[in-house]
Design a protein around this ligand. Sequence first.
Ligand code: URA
Length: 299
Amino acid sequence: MSRRAELYTLIRSAKAHLELAQVGPIPGVRPASQEERDVFDEVLAARRVRKTQAMREALDFERPKAAEPKPTAVAPRPSGSKSVPLWEQFGSKPKEIFASATAELEELWAPEDDHATRLLKIRENLGDCKRCGLCETRKKIVFGEGSPTARLMFVGEGPGYNEDIQGRPFVGKAGELLDKMIEAMGLKREDVYIANTVKCRPPEDRNPAPDEIAKCRPFIMQQVRAIEPEVIVGLGRFGTNVLLDQDKSITQIRGTWQDFDGIALMPTFHPAYLLRNPGAKRDAWADLQAVMKKLGLSN
Ligand code: URA
């Protein structure tokens, strides 16, 4: 076939594809029949399933075997670690903070504000935050990003090196894995909302301190209120325990539905932990599958 004929064939099939995808009437192309459209939709759906499957395999998430018994014993805490609940260390239970954060919002928000406007107002209120010492070493505030109308929200711990430079959550190695986890669920990063319990990077990536969390926590509470997701995934100990009035090891509570003021919260392993412990991906995948089921995303 000559180059010109090849080009014509290519243009014809591109036009036919656009017609089937119902982009609009394409000049010179006969409208596709319903039967042709059904076949096209089936092929697309099958391709989507194959792509999701390939991503899951790339992630090495194995489907949990039904008959496998769950480990019952929980690894003992390292000696010297405190078992004082996080909320006691901070001085007030999260639900009380939730209530006060919401009260503050009532002044901030107008009844007609949509989710995006609410988020903008929270960001404005956060301003060039100097509420705790983390402002001295941070480069950028990492507020959070994603769809203001997301049905699913991920809450991590706090920004690391890359996030601090870019001002965006989960953009380093852990972020790459989180992206794969989201894609394995059949979603895109833009479909969900991602935020952290603290908005500024703790120096040398240490754990956020109780006073830093206490100062920053109203903002994550407000973000949850603004977005009103159907499900929250708590990533790791901080992403989970800061929202709940308990301080349990993530190994103990992962995979068990929690209630966060009427919103279903699924605790799972933090992607950074999964990078260090790839064997735990199977459990994380089981947790995400439970989330998919709740959101009606399972195929
Ligand atoms: N780890 C987190 O908890 N949050 C980020 O944004 C990046 C890494």
